[in-house]
Design a protein around this ligand. Structure first.
Ligand SMILES: NC(=O)c1ccc[n+]([C@@H]2O[C@H](COP(=O)([O-])OP(=O)(O)OC[C@H]3O[C@@H](n4cnc5c(N)ncnc54)[C@H](O)[C@@H]3O)[C@@H](O)[C@H]2O)c1
Ligand SMILES: N[C@@H](CCC=O)C(=O)O
Length: 476
C-alpha cells in the first residue's frame, strides 16, 4: 500500500511512500530496543538539551511547518500556527512536568539512618500512534515526555498526516537525537497492529477514536506489562444559562463547536440551553452567527472554517446528520457541502429538544468529528447537568453563566476530565493534565501528566551499612 498526501493549497502531491512492511517493522523495533537501553543511560541534562534543540528547530522553521500542516490537513493558517506554538511550548512544559513529577529523588527528611529513594525506570520503547487533527502537537505531547524519560520512540503518524510526520522525524534528527532513538513507521491501522504485536514494545500511546482504543485494548489482552495510554474522543456538552448575553453565547458556542472545522477532540457537540426569557434570542444569535461563518480552504484569507480532512470524512458526517434527523432532530441550519471542495462542509445545527429520552441517550453515545452541533432546551439547571452527563464519554464540558457554586455542581456532576467555566470547551491549557473520563480514555491523562506513564517508579531503602533493624520500624 502507498501512502499519499495531496496539498489542500496547491493540489500537488506532497507525500508518496510505501507503507512499512512487517519485516521492516521488526527491524525498526529491534533497533529501538537497543537504542533505548543506551538512551536510558544518557544523562537527564543531555536529554533535556536534545529536546530543547528540537524546540529551537521548530521555532526556527515555524513558517515552514505551519504551512505544511495547512497543506496536508487543511488547517487554516492561524490555526496551524497555533498548533506550532503549542508544540514549541510543549518542550518547556514537559521538562517542568518531569522536574516536578518524575525526577529521581531522596525523600526528605530522612527516616533516621534509613534513606528513602525513588527513581524512575523508562518503559523501553514507546509506540506512538498519532491522529490527523493535531499531527505535530499531539504526538509531540507524548514523544517529548517519552524521550525525556529515557525511552526510544517508534512513531506512526496518522496515514492522513504522513508529510508532517516526516517533517517531525527530520526535525528530531537534525536536532541531534540519535537516529535509532526516534524512528518511524508509515501506514494505516494494519501497520500499527503489526507493530503492537512486537515483543519490544513497552508502551502504546494512542490519540484517536474510541473504536481504535478498544481494538488496541483487545489486542493487548494478556500483556499487562505493556503500558497503554488512550486519549480518545468525546461527545462534549456546553451548558448555556439564562444570564448570558446572546452575542456572547453565539461567539463562545460557535467557537467551541466549529473551530478547526469541529475537528478537535474538545469541540462541543451538544449545546444545552436552560429555558428562560432569553433562550430564543440566544439560540437565534447562535444560528445567525454560525450562518455568517465563511468556509474556505487554507489559501482563502477570509475563511473562518476550513475543510474536513477528506471527502470521506464529509460523507461520514452527512451520515451522522441523517441519523440525527432520523432520531427526530430538526434542522436549524442544514448540512451543506461547499461546491468548491468535497471536504468543505458548512457548519450545521440541529435541534433535539423534542426527542425521546432513548433518542437523547443515542445521541450522547455517538462520536462525530466535524462542524455539526446539536442544541437542546431543558427546563432548569439540574436538568441541564443531567442532559450534559447523558453520554458514555467524558472528555470536555463547559458552563456559560451561573455562579461558582453552580459551576462546582456542574464539575462534580458532568463527568468530564476537562471542565471549563465561562469559556469554550476547547483550548486546553498545557500546564494542566488533559484526559478524558469513562469512554474517553483509560485513566492515563496526557498534557502535563503525560510524563507519568513514560516510566515506572523504583523505590529503595538505603542504609550506610548492613543493618538488622526491625523492618517494621520504617513506618513512612
Ligand atoms: N483525547 C484526545 O487527546 C484526542 C485528541 C485528538 C483526537 N482525538 C480523537 O481522535 C479521533 C480523530 O483522529 P483520527 O481520525 O486520526 O483517529 P483514528 O482513531 O482513526 O486514528 C488514530 C491512529 O490510530 C491508528 N489506527 C487505526 N486503526 C488502528 C488499529 N486497529 N490499531 C492500532 N492503531 C490503529 C491510525 O492509523 C492513526 O494513526 C477523534 O475520535 C478524536 O476525538 C482525541
Ligand atoms: N488541545 C486541543 C484539543 C486536542 C484534541 O484535538 C484543544 O483543547 O483545543
Amino acid at each position: 500500500m502507498n501512502l499519499q498526501s495531496v496539498s489542500f493549497i496547491s493540489g500537488e502531491p506532497i507525500f508518496d511512500k510505501k507503507a512499512t512492511n512487517k519485516q521492516e517493522i521488526g527491524e525498526i523495533l529491534e533497533k529501538a530496543k537497543v537504542a533505548g537501553q543506551i538512551w536510558a543511560n544518557v544523562s537527564v541534562a543531555d536529554r533535556i538539551e536534545c529536546v530543547r534543540q528540537f524546540g529551537a528547530f521548530v521555532s526556527a522553521h515555524r513558517d515552514q511547518i505551519s504551512k505544511l500542516i495547512s497543506s496536508e490537513v487543511g488547517k487554516l493558517p492561524w490555526d496551524a500556527d497555533g498548533e506550532v506554538s503549542a508544540s514549541i511550548a510543549k518542550v518547556e512544559l514537559s521538562i517542568a512536568a518531569m522536574e516536578t513529577r518524575r525526577r529521581d529523588r531522596i525523600l526528605q527528611p530522612s527516616n533516621g539512618p534509613v534513606q528513602r529513594q525513588v527513581r524512575y525506570r523508562p518503559i523501553g520503547v514507546g509506540l506512538v500512534l498519532g491522529p490527523f487533527n493535531f499531527p505535530l502537537h499531539l504526538p509531540g505531547g507524548q514523544i517529548i515526555p517519552l524521550l525525556l524519560a529515557g525511552n526510544a520512540v517508534v512513531f506512526k503518524p496518522s496515514e492522513k498526516a504522513t508529510a508532517v510526520g516526516q517533517w517531525m522525524m527530520d526535525a528530531w534528527h537534525q536536532s541531534g537525537l540519535p537516529r535509532d532513538v526516534m524512528q518511524w513507521i508509515v501506514g494505516a491501522g494494519d501497520t500499527a497492529v503489526t507493530a503492537i504485536d512486537r515483543p519490544e514494545v513497552g508502551g502504546v500511546f494512542l490519540t484517536g477514536s474510541r473504536a481504535v482504543g478498544q481494538a488496541i485494548h483487545r489486542q493487548l489482552a494478556g500483556r499487562p506489562e505493556v503500558m497503554l495510554a488512550l486519549e480518545l474522543g468525546g461527545n462534549n456538552p456546553i451548558i448555556v444559562t439564562e444570564s448570558v448575553p446572546p452575542d456572547t453565547v453565539a461567539k463562545l458556542v460557535s467557537f467551541s463547536a466549529f473551530v478547526s472545522a469541529g475537528q478537535r477532540c474538545t469541540c462541543a457537540r451538544r449545546a444545552i440551553f436552560v429555558d428562560g426569557n432569553d433562550s430564543n434570542h440566544q439560540i437565534n444569535a447562535l444560528v445567525i452567527a454560525t450562518e455568517k461563518l465563511s468556509a474556505g480552504l487554507p489559501g482563502d484569507n477570509r475563511a473562518e472554517v476550513g475543510p474536513l480532512i477528506d471527502a470521506t470524512a464529509a460523507k461520514r458526517l452527512k451520515q451522522t446528520y441523517d441519523e440525527l434527523l432520523h432520531l427526530g432532530c430538526k434542522p436549524l441550519l442544514p448540512f451543506a457541502v461547499d461546491p468548491r471542495h468535497p471536504a468543505l462542509v458548512r457548519p450545521s445545527i440541529l435541534d433535539a429538544t423534542d426527542i425521546s429520552p432513548d433518542g437523547l441517550a443515542a445521541i450522547g453515545a455517538m462520536e462525530w468529528f466535524g462542524p455539526l452541533l446539536v442544541v437542546q432546551r431543558v427546563k432548569n439547571f439540574e436538568a441541564a447537568i443531567h442532559a450534559a452527563a447523558r453520554t458514555p464519554y467524558g472528555l470536555a464540558a463547559s458552563l456559560l453563566g451561573g455562579s461558582k457554586a453552580m459551576f462546582d455542581q456542574f464539575a462534580a456532576g458532568v463527568g468530564a476530565g476537562v471542565v471549563n467555566w465561562n469559556g469554550p470547551t476547547t483550548g486546553a491549557a498545557g500546564a494542566l493534565p488533559f484526559g478524558g473520563l469513562d469512554a474517553s480514555g483509560n485513566h492515563r491523562p496526557a498534557g502535563y501528566y503525560a510524563i507519568d506513564f513514560c516510566s515506572d517508579p523504583v523505590s529503595s531503602l538505603l542504609r550506610d551499612e548492613p543493618s538488622t533493624d526491625d523492618p517494621w520500624s520504617i513506618v513512612s
